[in-house]
Design a protein around this ligand. Structure first.
Ligand code: AMP
Length: 362
C-alpha cells in the first residue's frame, strides 16, 4: 500500500515511522526542500497548487491523506478526481475554517463561547460591544500555534486588531476563563467504527502547546466522547480527529477540531497500545482500528527552537526522544519527548528532569 501525504513535516514523518512496519510506503508532496519527512519516503517537491505534480502523486499512490488542515480546498478537489482522499474534502473544508466549525458545533448542541463572524471593522466594533471585552479575534483560516489571533482588552485594541490581522475574514470569540484545556484524539474507520484515547490535559504558552499529560479516567471523558462522536458521525469522518476543549465550570466548551493527527496525541507513540499515527493509517486504509488503551502514565513535552543535548536526554530514565531533524529556529517545533512511567509520581519526577534540561538549553 502506497500512501500520498500532502505536507512533509514532522506529522508526515511520524506517519511514515508508524506505517513502515505495516508494509506501507510513503510519498510526500511539499514545496520545502528540507521537508523533514522526506528522509522516510519519496519527496515530490512542488507547490500545493501545481496540478501536474499533484497528478504525478495521484498516479503513484493508493490513497492520499494530509498532515495539515490549511491544504487549499482546490488541491483536495483536484486529487479527489483520481484517488481517494481521507479525511474527506468536506471534513477539511469545515475544520480549516473557524466560523464553519463553530457553526457545526452549535448545530450539534456542543457548547461554544459566544462568537460572531467579522468581515469589516464595523462588524468588529458591533461584535465587541455585544460580546464584551476581553475577547479573541482570530482569522477564519490559516491560523496555527497562536498565529492569526489577537486578544482584545481595550477599545484601542478593537480599533487596531482587524487591520493588524490583514483585514481578512475573522471571528470574534468571548475570552474563556477556563480552568484547563483538554483534547480528545479520536479515530474513525472506513466502516464507521470509532475509538477514543484518554483525554489529554494541555498546557500552552503564547498559543503554542508545551506539555500534554494523558489523564487517567478523567471525569469529562464521557462528555468529550459524546461531543466528538457527534462530529465524527455528522461528517462521516475517516481518520484521526483531534478535538480541543476548554474546561469551564466542570463542563466543556468546544475550541476547535483538527482533521489530522495532532501534537497532543504524540504521547500515544509510546504511551498507548496503538499510536494515533498507526490508527490514522489503519482507518484510512480500511484496516481494523488498534487499541487506544494507555500503557502506564505518559506526558509529552515539546522542544521549541532547539533540542537539548541527546546524551543528556538519553540519560533520563523513561524518556523517549523524538528529534525531527529540522533546522533549529526560534518558536519552531523541532522535536518532543514522551516520558512514560509505571506510575504518575515517577512520570512527573522524570518530566521535571526533562524540563530542567530544556531550561538549561535556553
Ligand atoms: P487556538 O489556535 O484557537 O487553539 O488557540 C490557541 C490557544 O489560545 C488556546 O489553546 C488557548 O490557550 C488560547 N485561546 C484561544 N481561544 C481562546 C478563547 N476564546 N479564550 C481564551 N483563550 C483562548
Amino acid at each position: 500500500m502506497k500512501i500520498g501525504v500532502i505536507g512533509g513535516g514532522q506529522l508526515g514523518r511520524m506517519l511514515a515511522l508508524a506505517g513502515t512496519p505495516l508494509g506501507m510506503k510513503f510519498v510526500f508532496l511539499d514545496p520545502a526542500q528540507d521537508a523533514c519527512a522526506a528522509a522516510l519516503g519519496e519527496h515530490i517537491r512542488a507547490d500545493y497548487h501545481d496540478h501536474e505534480h499533484l497528478r504525478q502523486l495521484a498516479d503513484q499512490v493508493d490513497l492520499v491523506t494530509f498532515e495539515f488542515e490549511s491544504v487549499p480546498a482546490d488541491t483536495v478537489a483536484f486529487l479527489s478526481q483520481f484517488v481517494p482522499v481521507f479525511p474527506s474534502a468536506e471534513s477539511l473544508r469545515i475544520a480549516r475554517d473557524r466560523l464553519l466549525e463553530k457553526n457545526l458545533f452549535r448545530s450539534l448542541d456542543i457548547p461554544v463561547a459566544p462568537y460572531a463572524a467579522i468581515d469589516s471593522q464595523a462588524d468588529l466594533e458591533q461584535a465587541a460591544a455585544s460580546i464584551g471585552l476581553p475577547a479573541v479575534l482570530k482569522t477564519r483560516t490559516l491560523g496555527y500555534d497562536g498565529k492569526g489571533q489577537k486578544v482584545l482588552r481595550s477599545s484601542a485594541d478593537v480599533s487596531r486588531a482587524f487591520a493588524e490581522l490583514g483585514s481578512v475574514p475573522c471571528i470574534l470569540e468571548d475570552f474563556v476563563e477556563f480552568s484547563g484545556e483538554v483534547s480528545l484524539i479520536a479515530v474513525r474507520g472506513r466502516d464507521g467504527a470509532s475509538k477514543c484515547y484518554p483525554l489529554v490535559h494541555n498546557t500552552h504558552n503564547e498559543g503554542v502547546l508545551r506539555v500534554s499529560i494523558a489523564s487517567d479516567q478523567h471525569p469529562l471523558q464521557a462528555l468529550a466522547e459524546q461531543y466528538t462522536s457527534a462530529v465524527l458521525e455528522h461528517l462521516d469522518y475517516v481518520g484521526v480527529l483531534a478535538f480541543e476543549f476548554f474546561e469551564v465550570d466542570g463542563g466543556l466548551k468546544a475550541n476547535e477540531i483538527a482533521p489530522r493527527v495532532h501534537n497532543s496525541g504524540h504521547w500515544t507513540i509510546e504511551g498507548a497500545e496503538c499510536s494515533q499515527f498507526e490508527n490514522h493509517l489503519r482507518a484510512i486504509t480500511g484496516l481494523s482500528l488498534g487499541s487506544t488503551a494507555k500503557l502506564g502514565e505518559s506526558a509529552m513535552i515539546n522542544f521549541i527552537g532547539s533540542v537539548p543535548g541527546i546524551n543528556k536526554l538519553a540519560a533520563v530514565a523513561d524518556c523517549h526522544v523524538h528529534d525531527y531533524n529540522k533546522a533549529f529556529k526560534d518558536g519552531r517545533k523541532v522535536g518532543h519527548a514522551t516520558v512514560r512511567s509505571v506510575d504518575a509520581d515517577t512520570m512527573r519526577r522524570q518530566l521535571g528532569k526533562v524540563k530542567a534540561l530544556i531550561a538549561a538549553d535556553n
